[in-house]
Design a protein. Sequence first.
Length: 311
Amino acid sequence: MYKPKTYKKAYLKVENGHELYYELSGNPKGKPVIFLHGGPGGGFSERDKRFFNPKFNMIHLDQRGSGKSKPLASLKNNTTPELVKDIKELLNFLKIKKVFLFGGSWGSTLALAYAIKYPETVAGMVLRGIYIPSKEENEYFTYEAKDNFPEQWKELASLVPEEIIKKKQIEKYYYKKIISAEKDIREKYVKAWARYEFSISKLNYSEKKVQRVMKEVKVEAFSAIELHYLTNNCFMPKDYIMNNLHRISHIPTSIIHGRYDCVCRPLSAYKLHKKLHNSKLFFTIAGHSASEEETQKLLTKEMDRIGKIRV
């Protein structure tokens, strides 16, 4: 894994009172690549730089309400079209006309949404753990994962009335509690939601690793923003991404997905690959996390390969 040096840390003020934190690393004169984190609401960490050869000019951005961006956990004016606009504004500010996109989980969704809006600015994409907003995708995560992680799902469901579970409205119930409940109740649901996702993200459940991630990630932002998006189809029309892939089918794309991913459906990666004619699909012996060995190695390898494309 690489260890590029950071050469700039700054904030970019955008509309509606949001200030976006970003870092630049690697070679200022290298080919630009922007890292789009997951969640939404997850923010980026220092470990997210390990996929990139220092020859690249790396941009790591905390999306609205996430990480070090301000105000933390803000849901106001926090939608996919606004995040897409933020990316374009940051690239314009940095005087970057063409960029490589690197995104996993929700980051893959945002990368696709950005590419569809601004295809002429995208040199290539490396996408991992594909998430395509849909009712089926959400139910896969919130309900079907219980077949592989029954004890973790039981913890999630223990805070929800039985009638809500039967209606398949767990995420709506959690969202309602998080945005409207008293502080102690809100914190309980915030932690339970984040813990569930972190607990089912790898092939091997590790309490120690889950506890570490719970401390590293700003879970209030993670849970609130993620549920804000999930309960609103990520603020996109139904099937928006799948219906607009013809706009980006020419873009060189690597798709990497854990064969045993319980957070995002492997089927979504396959469907995406079939519509992106200039894509390569890799299934790894892994779950959802980018840090699992086979996935991590392949992400680095494919970024190096895609990065050879002339910008």
